[in-house]
Design a protein around this ligand. Structure first.
Ligand SMILES: *Cc1c(COP(=O)(O)O)cnc(C)c1O
Length: 382
């Protein structure tokens, strides 16, 4: 049975030009964490998003870490972070010796609840411990309620680090994800909508911040003929070889968004048919004025409304056919490593995690792949 080729949740999907750009890096011997592809990739990121400045980095995690450093976050500070996310949104808070304060999801977007965000801020202000930053996330490409989150940030004068790692190509009313915060983060890890194998970027309209990010990301070398350092530096820059892959991927980003949105439409029709037969499977909603890149198609199966079928029933049935699916992100406030972190919420993210599943969503899935996926699911939803 498992001699069937694996269908992945989200696998890399190269276009036509990536190898030519990589070859150019080899031909010109720019095999270093700097070079013309890095500069041009940064320009591509600015042109696409509309943000003024970009620093190409070794990962999205590195971008979040640098964002916290640039905002001066250190020992004992509190940072407000969406609970329902990948651990990389929160880990850099710990790298800085700060405390993550986790905020629950809202039902509408599955992202940071503005209501609990404000409740947390008020509670910390009462203790005279004003939080130093807000990290909202766009889960599976679905934009968070940035209009209200940014308003709250302004009202209390707390900067926003927008974790747009999953949302490159998404927008709200035409304004791109990755342009809402003081500092904004993208990821080009192997499973993201476009990839450089590993890589990330920090975006901002503030030139000083991005210049400083580049400085810190290249070991914080002062201007001197010898190696001289007045700051602790990091080795966080993106390789020129990998930036070549990125330049090729930028040429197909809009196509990848379209392909992933088509995956969503396919699943939507499939589950609409099932729902006519007495099931109630819910897909991640796309609120009005939001445009999701549909990086992953995610569903909620509440067993009470689905003849006792759980997300695990479905996951195991797919797994049996060598098809990868995955529960939604387990909220950070439920992770053993973060048990002591404060949390503000009403259990929304816990419920989403209990019943949520991400389905195979690669832009390179074939009709044959979809036939295997629906055959496996048909066995569950008889
Ligand atoms: C992937 C991801 C990151 C981390 O990006 P890397 O490039 O893998 O370091 C951060 N936040 C979220 C929400 C992600 O999905």
């Amino acid at each position: 049975m498992n001699d069937k080729p694996k269908i992945w949740l989200s696998s890399p999907h190269m276009g036509e030009m990536e190898q030519a750009f990589v070859k150019e890096a080899f031909d010109t011997n720019w095999i270093a964490p700097l070079g013309p592809h890095v500069n041009d990739f940064e320009k591509d990121l600015c042109n696409y998003t509309g943000v003024k400045y970009a620093a190409a980095l070794s990962s999205g995690t590195a971008a979040i870490h640098l964002a916290l450093i640039l905002l001066g976050i250190s020992n004992g500070d509190n940072v407000l972070c969406q609970s329902m996310t990948f651990s990389a949104s929160a880990n850099p808070i710990i790298y800085q010796g700060a405390t993550p304060v986790f905020i629950d999801s809202e039902g509408e977007t599955w992202n940071m609840s503005p209501e609990f965000l404000e409740e947390a801020i008020i509670s910390f202000l009462k203790k005279n411990a004003k939080p130093k930053a807000i990290i909202p996330v766009h889960l599976y490409g679905m934009p968070a309620n940035m209009e209200v989150i940014c308003e709250i940030g302004k009202k209390y004068n707390i900067p926003i680090i927008e974790d747009a790692a999953e949302a490159f190509g998404s927008n709200i009313g035409g304004k791109n994800c990755g342009t809402f915060g003081e500092l904004n983060v993208l990821s080009f890890n192997g499973n993201k909508i476009i990839t450089t194998s590993s890589g990330g970027a920090l975006l901002s309209d503030d030139e000083k911040l991005i210049k400083k990010a580049r400085f810190l990301a290249t070991q914080a070398r002062d201007n001197a003929p010898h190696y001289q350092h007045s700051n602790i530096g990091y080795n966080y820059r993106l390789s020129n070889v990998l930036a070549g892959i990125g330049r090729g991927q930028m040429l197909v980003l809009d196509k990848r968004v379209e392909q992933r949105r088509n995956n969503y439409q396919f699943y939507k029709q499939y589950f609409e048919e099932k729902n006519k037969k007495g099931y109630n499977i819910v897909l991640q909603p796309e609120p009005e004025s939001c445009f999701s890149n549909r990086w992953l198609t995610a569903i909620i199966i509440n067993p009470i409304q689905n003849k006792n079928i759980t997300r695990e029933t479905l996951r195991l049935a797919l797994n049996k056919e060598n098809i990868e699916s995955r529960p939604l992100w387990k909220p950070m406030h439920q992770q053993p490593v973060f048990v002591e972190a404060p949390f503000f919420g009403d259990g929304t993210s816990e419920r989403l995690f209990a019943n949520g599943l991400c389905l195979p969503s690669g832009s390179n899935l074939t009709e044959k792949d979809f036939a295997r996926i629906t055959n496996a699911m048909d066995k569950v939803f008889k």
